[in-house]
Design a protein around this ligand. Structure first.
Ligand SMILES: Nc1ncnc2c1ncn2[C@@H]1O[C@H](COP(=O)(O)OP(=O)(O)OP(=O)(O)O)[C@@H](O)[C@H]1O
Length: 209
């Protein structure tokens, strides 16, 4: 049997506001090094599921099992951009590296590498506010990769991207996979899941069907 890295059993969740159950006994497993694609209609609960796995939402019932040493090395990329517009790409990455407690030298080495991989080496010192939407998406992804994660939770990583940004982002994700990172990937876009995922599951009515 394949080794799992994250198992979700019978997960239930409802938002206080709204009251309706969003996750209704959802179960899934993510295996080591795997990319698991998650599909579902708008409002099916995909983002809610990622937040519950990331530990941001306290679920009502069920369990999320992630080995302790892996849990410390989990990254979550939210759908909404979380960048300081008035800071440069490099300064944003410095900020995220500091949150992780990394030494400055390590931060700069990693940030330069990420920005180069994403085709932004000549934009390092530009304010984020001056970058295109696709370039912002690339910096946003880099912010979640300041340390190589064992598990990466991706909520629409290429939404609104031009072709170049899309290609750069997928190329970096492939590299991360080759380095052993497992991913849960939500996407609506242009065959991204077919291109990237080892398996695709469907979320419907709060469950995987
Ligand atoms: N903070 C919140 N408070 C109350 N209800 C919420 C909140 N966030 C999401 N919801 C509701 O929970 C349900 C699931 O939302 P969620 O964002 O998880 O779906 P999704 O599958 O990611 O949708 P999309 O594909 O549109 O991003 C929706 O009905 C949504 O309106």
């Amino acid at each position: 049997m394949e080794e799992w890295i994250c198992t979700v059993n019978d997960l239930g969740f409802h938002y206080k506001r709204g009251g309706r159950a969003v996750l209704k006994g959802l179960s899934l497993s993510l295996h080591k090094g795997e990319i698991l694609g998650i599909r579902g209609e708008n409002g099916a609960g995909k983002s809610t599921l990622l937040k519950a796995i990331a530990g941001i939402l306290p679920y009502d019932k069920g369990e999320v099992l992630i080995p302790k040493e892996i849990k410390k090395n989990l990254s979550y990329l939210p759908q909404d951009l979380s960048l300081y517009e008035s800071l440069s790409a490099l300064e944003n990455l410095y900020f995220y590296g500091k949150i992780l407690g990394l030494p400055a030298k390590v931060i700069f080495t990693r940030a330069h590498w990420l920005l180069k991989e994403l085709g932004l080496e000549d934009k390092e010192r530009e304010r984020v506010s001056a970058l295109s939407g696709g370039m912002k998406r690339r910096v946003h992804l880099a912010s979640a990769l300041m340390r190589r994660p064992d598990i990466l939770l991706l909520d629409e990583p290429t939404v609104g991207c031009d072709n170049e940004s899309y290609d750069k982002i997928l190329a970096l994700l492939r590299k991360m996979k080759a380095q052993g990172t497992a991913m849960l990937l939500i996407s609506h876009g242009r065959g991204e899941l077919e291109e990237m995922a080892d398996r695709i599951v469907y979320l419907e009515e709060g469950r995987i069907v």
